[in-house]
Design a protein around this ligand. Structure first.
Ligand SMILES: [Zn+2]
Length: 266
């Protein structure tokens, strides 16, 4: 099975529910060269591949039943399998798209190992590069019976979520968490508890989700980072969602899972 992709976009078969577009080899119309084919893996004796199409081929694939979309908005509307395989496809295709030249000598690179690495074509250099993962933390902060949710200005109106940030060079996950939270909210933390992780392929993050208890509720909000930040009891949060004053992130997101777990943890 072949999964086409275009830059950061994926092809979806529109319907209820939507589904990933899978093509058989004979349906590809030689729309690729072998260099472009990336092996994703074997599942239940089926082999899955992905490849990038150009603009003309992209237009050819679009029809009344098929469209090309940003996956981030569609993951909740897809089956778990389709959403996972499209995330994987999108991350790898985008990585190849952005790494066509060597960062050391500037020569062209080519795909090797079924698309899991690229090598510089300059014989003197031969630098091998691998897709990288950027770890980031996301944390549900609580104090007694309240949890802290914030919003960024660029988010859809009314959306509130947990605090998040990227791990910097030389930082442990714990120090990243303490720094991000202190910088954005002025809070100090205790009882930091790892919960779960999720790949977030936009473009290549690995989100590590935590619960942490704030030592106090006194906020000192960094207005460059957060548009607003508020403490909610479970009842206040339920009412604010019901009255549509606020809304939570997509149910497929790790932030939603953290908030949901806290809501059910009375
Ligand atoms: Zn090179």
């Amino acid at each position: 099975m072949f999964i086409p992709a275009f830059e950061s976009l994926v092809f979806l078969k529109l319907g209820n529910p939507h589904a990933a577009l899978y093509l058989k080899r004979e349906e590809l119309n030689k729309d690729y060269d072998d260099q472009q084919i990336i092996f994703l893996g074997e599942i239940n004796e089926k082999f899955y591949f992905t490849y990038e199409v150009d603009k003309t081929k992209k237009e050819k694939l679009i029809s009344s039943e098929v469209d090309v979309k940003e996956l981030v908005y569609f993951t909740p509307l897809l089956s778990k399998f389709d959403s996972s395989i499209l995330s994987f496809s999108r991350s790898l295709v985008l990585w190849h798209h952005q790494n066509k030249f060597c960062g050391v000598c500037g020569s062209k690179t080519k795909s090797i190992d079924g698309g899991f690495a690229r090598i510089c074509t300059n014989e003197e250099c031969k630098k091998v590069i691998f897709p990288r993962v950027d770890p980031s933390i996301i944390v549900l902060i609580y104090h007694e019976d309240k949890c802290l949710l914030g919003r960024q200005e660029r988010w859809p109106e009314g959306m509130y979520s947990t605090i998040a940030g990227f791990v910097e060079l030389g930082e442990s996950l714990k120090s990243c968490l303490e720094r991000e939270v202190y910088e954005e909210t002025g809070l100090n933390l205790k009882n930091i508890q790892y919960k779960y992780s999720d790949p977030w392929p936009f473009p290549g993050s690995l989100m590590l989700g935590y619960f942490a208890e704030a030592k106090s509720t006194k906020l000192n909000i960094d207005r460059d980072e957060l548009d607003d930040c508020r403490w909610f009891t479970r009842e206040e949060l339920t009412n604010a969602i019901k009255s549509k004053e606020i809304r939570l992130p997509l149910t497929s997101s790790i932030s939603f899972r953290l908030i949901n777990e806290w809501m059910n943890n009375e």
